[in-house]
Design a protein around this ligand. Structure first.
Ligand SMILES: [Zn+2]
Length: 79
């Protein structure tokens, strides 16, 4: 598919996982299988407007997500 950034026919849809901060809280939500457009030519990663809207929905209403235990690691400093 055509990349909206560089107009090359080198973009494709991938699924990605991201953690997002809940609006106004020190709380995070892990969102899996987010469709994202990735380009092999310019290496741009783009979310379409509908996806951004849905992500904001989760950030406003974290109760839409299932509660699960999650392990959190902070990557050690690399010298
Ligand atoms: Zn591109």
């Amino acid at each position: 598919m055509i990349c909206p950034n560089c107009d090359q026919n080198s973009a494709h849809i991938e699924k990605t996982t991201q953690s997002l901060k809940v609006f106004g809280k020190e709380e995070y939500i892990l969102i899996q299988d987010i469709p994202v457009t990735k380009c092999d030519s310019c290496h741009e990663t783009l979310f379409d407007a509908q996806v951004v809207k849905q992500l904001d929905e989760y950030r406003k209403n974290p109760n839409l997500a299932e509660e699960k235990p999650i392990r959190v690691a902070r990557f050690p400093k690399v010298a």
